[in-house]
Design a protein around this ligand. Structure first.
Ligand code: ATP
Ligand code: MG
Ligand code: MG
Length: 549
C-alpha cells in the first residue's frame, strides 16, 4: 500500500513535526451515526487510521452525535462493525455528546468575554440577516445585549424556559465577513428531542462547528482531517480554539471520494432502502460497506483501492472499474477455482463405459501451486454452459460446435458428432465421443484443440441458487439526472438475476463467506441466506469488465 511520493497531507504532517508545532500524529474518524458507512467513508477511515499507523501515532473513533433527531444506536453498532471489518481498531472511543457539559461551560465563557450572545431572530430571519456571497449581512438587533443578560437568557434556554427555535446562541464575529460562516454563526439551538445517549437531559444542542474543533482539542488530536466542504469552516474552527485558548489541532481538507455509477449520499441511499429499490442497507448492490461485505468484497481489496485512488485537493470522479479491478486482483490471487454451470445443456459421451465415474485432478489455483489439487467426478453425462456450444459457428468460435472438438477442463478432449433437439428445434442434448488418450495431465493423444470449457458431472453436481449481481445504475452519474428524471429512471433492470446453478460436489461443503472463482464466470461468495439444504452464491464480480467504455 506504499506510494511513490508523499501526498499533501503527509507533507503537511512532516512540516509540522519538523517545525515542532506538533510532536506526534493523532487523528480521528468522526462519523455522524445517522446512516450506514459507505465506500466514501472507507476512504476517510483508511486515511485517518492509515496515517496514525504510518507515523506511529493514534486514531480515535468519535461519534459526532450532535443532532438528536437523526441518530440511532443501530447506526453506532454498524459503524463499529464496519471499521473493524475493514481491518482497523481505534485507540479510544468517544461521543461528541460526552462533551456537552464542557461545551456548555465554554459557551458561558465566551458569553462572559463578550464573544457570544443570545439572539431572538427566528431561523428564517437569521438566514435573511446573514446576507449572501455578494451582499454583507446585517447585525442582529439582539447583538448588543450585555453579558449579564446573555448569561441569564442562555441559562434559561438550558433550563427549558423557551420554545423550540425561539432563541439561539451565536458567536459574535463579523456580519460583514466575506466568509459567510463567520457571520455570527449559531452555536446552540433549542430543540426538544430525545438523544440516543443523553436522553432528555438537554433541550439545547450544539452545532457541528461549535462541537467539532473543541472535541478534537479535548482528545488532543493534532491533525483534524475532513473533506473539502469544510474548508470555509476552518477560520471558524480556528477562531473558537483561539478564543478559548485551548489545544489547537490543525484542520486539513481533502476531496471526497466520488465513484462513477454510484449514489452514496445518505438521503438517496435511505430512499433506495425505504422505497424497496434494494432489499436493505446490506443489499449486495448497495455502496455501503455492509453491502460490499455481503457482496463478497474483501477488506484488502477496498483498502488497496483507497490507497491506489490517492488523496486529492480537488473533486473528481473515479471510474468504478478501478474498485471492481481491485477485488478482481485480490481474488485472482486468493480465491480457489471451482467449476459451476449456470445455464446448463446436457452433454452425453456416447463411447463412455456405462456407469463409469472417474475422479480427475483439478488445479485449485494456477497462480499458486501450493494450493494443490482437488478431485472432480467425471462421467459420461455432463452439463456444460449453453453458451459454449453452437450448432453452426464461425471459424473463430473455439468452444464446442457440431463436428468440432474442445477440451473439458481437467478432463478429456471431446468431439461432437450430433445433437438432440426438442419440438421447437432447441438443442437439448449434445452427443460427443471422448478421446481416451487425451486425459489432462497424461495426454498422449498429440492433439491440439484451441478451446477449453468447464463442465460438471450431472449426477454429482449440487444444485444451488446463484444471484447474479450487476451495477445498480446504468449511467455514470445517477445523482445528476437530466431534467424531469430522477435516479429511479437510471436503475439497471438487470442488476439482479437469480438462476439455478450446478456446482461441482466439492462446493457442497462451502461455508458462509467462502469466496471462489467459478472458472470462466467470475468470483462468487456464499450468502447468509444459505440454508442446510441449499447454498446461495452471490456473484461478487465477473472476470472481466463487460460494460466497456
Ligand atoms: P454522507 O452524507 O455521504 O454520509 P457525511 O460527510 O455527512 O457523508 P459523516 O458521517 O459526517 O458523513 O462522515 C464521517 C467522515 O467521513 C467525515 O470526516 C467525512 O468527511 C468523511 N466522508 C464522508 N463521505 C466521504 C467521501 N465520499 N469521501 C471521503 N470521506 C468522506
Ligand atoms: Mg456519513
Ligand atoms: Mg455529516
Amino acid at each position: 500500500e506504499k506510494r511513490d511520493s508523499k501526498h499533501f497531507i503527509q507533507q503537511a504532517i512532516d512540516a509540522d513535526l519538523a517545525s515542532g508545532r506538533f510532536s506526534g500524529v493523532f487523528t480521528r474518524f468522526p462519523p455522524e451515526p445517522n446512516g450506514y458507512l459507505h465506500i466514501g467513508h472507507a476512504k476517510s477511515i483508511c486515511l485517518n487510521f492509515g496515517l496514525a499507523k504510518e507515523y506511529d501515532g493514534k486514531c480515535n473513533l468519535r461519534f459526532d452525535d450532535t443532532n438528536p433527531t437523526k441518530e440511532e444506536t443501530e447506526y453506532v453498532d454498524s459503524i463499529m462493525e464496519d471499521i473493524r471489518w475493514l481491518g482497523f481498531e481505534w485507540d479510544s472511543l468517544h461521543y461528541a455528546s460526552d462533551y456537552f457539559e464542557q461545551l456548555y461551560e465554554w459557551a458561558e465563557k465566551l458569553i462572559v468575554e463578550g464573544d457570544a450572545y443570545v439572539c431572538d431572530l427566528t431561523a428564517e430571519e437569521t438566514r435573511e440577516y446573514r446576507g449572501t456571497l455578494t451582499a454583507p449581512g446585517k447585525n442582529s438587533p439582539y447583538r448588543d445585549r450585555t453579558a449579564k443578560e446573555n448569561l441569564d437568557l442562555f441559562r434559561r434556554m438550558r433550563a427549558g424556559e423557551f420554545q423550540d427555535g425561539s432563541r439561539s446562541l451565536r458567536a459574535k464575529i463579523d456580519m460583514a465577513s466575506p466568509n459567510i460562516n463567520m457571520r455570527d454563526p449559531v452555536m446552540y439551538r433549542i430543540l426538544r428531542a430525545t438523544h440516543h445517549r443523553t436522553g432528555d437531559k438537554w433541550c439545547i444542542y450544539p452545532t457541528y462547528d461549535w462541537t467539532h474543533g473543541q472535541s478534537d482539542s479535548l482528545e488532543q488530536i493534532t491533525f483534524s482531517i475532513c473533506t473539502l466542504e469544510f474548508e470555509n469552516h476552518r477560520p471558524l474552527y480556528d477562531w473558537y480554539c483561539q478564543k478559548l485558548g485551548i489545544h489547537h489541532p490543525r484542520q486539513i481538507e481533502f476531496a471526497k471520494l466520488k465513484l462513477s455509477t454510484l449514489l452514496i449520499g445518505k438521503r438517496h441511499m435511505l430512499r433506495m432502502v425505504k422505497e424497496g429499490f434494494v432489499k436493505g442497507w446490506d443489499d449486495p448492490r448497495m455502496p455501503t460497506l455492509c453491502g460490499y461485505r455481503r457482496r463478497g468484497y474483501t477488506p484488502e481489496s477496498i483498502r488497496n483501492f483507497c490507497a491506489d485512488a490517492g488523496i486529492a485537493k480537488f473533486n473528481s470522479t473515479i471510474d468504478i472499474v478501478r474498485l471492481e479491478n481491485a477485488v478482481r486482483e485480490h481474488l485472482n490471487a486468493v480465491a480457489p477455482r471451482r467449476m459451476a454451470v449456470l445455464d446448463p445443456v446436457k452433454l452425453t459421451i456416447t463411447n463412455w463405459p456405462e456407469g463409469k465415474v472417474e475422479m480427475t485432478d483439478a488445479v485449485n489455483n494456477p497462480g499458486d501451486p501450493s494450493e494443490g489439487k482437488r478431485k472432480v467426478a467425471f462421467s459420461g453425462s455432463l452439463l456444460i454452459e449453453r453458451e459454449d456450444f453452437r450448432e453452426e459457428a464461425p471459424r473463430k468460435f473455439f468452444r464446442l460446435k457440431k463436428g468440432g472438438a474442445v477440451r473439458l477442463r481437467a478432463g478429456y478432449i471431446v468431439d461432437c458428432h450430433d445433437v438432440v433437439k426438442d419440438k421447437e428445434g432447441n438443442v437439448i442434448e449434445i452427443l460427443c465421443t471422448y478421446d481416451p488418450d487425451s486425459r489432462s495431465g497424461s495426454d498422449t493423444s498429440g492433439r491440439k484443440v484451441k478451446g477449453t470449457i468447464h463442465w460438471v458431472s450431472a449426477e454429482h453436481a449440487v444444485e444451488v441458487d446463484v444471484r447474479l449481481y450487476d451495477r445498480l445504475f446504468t449511467v455514470e452519474n445517477p445523482g445528476d439526472p437530466e431534467e424531469g428524471k430522477t435516479f429511479v429512471d437510471y436503475l439497471n433492470p438487470e442488476s439482479l438475476k437469480v438462476v439455478t446453478g450446478y456446482v461441482e460436489s466439492e462446493l457442497g461443503k462451502a461455508k458462509l463467506g467462502d469466496r471462489v472463482q467459478f472458472e470462466r464466470l467470475g468470483y462468487f461468495v456464499v450468502d447468509p441466506d444459505s440454508t442446510e439444504d441449499r447454498i446461495v452464491f452471490n456473484r461478487i464480480v465477473s472476470l472481466r469488465d463487460t460494460w466497456g467504455k
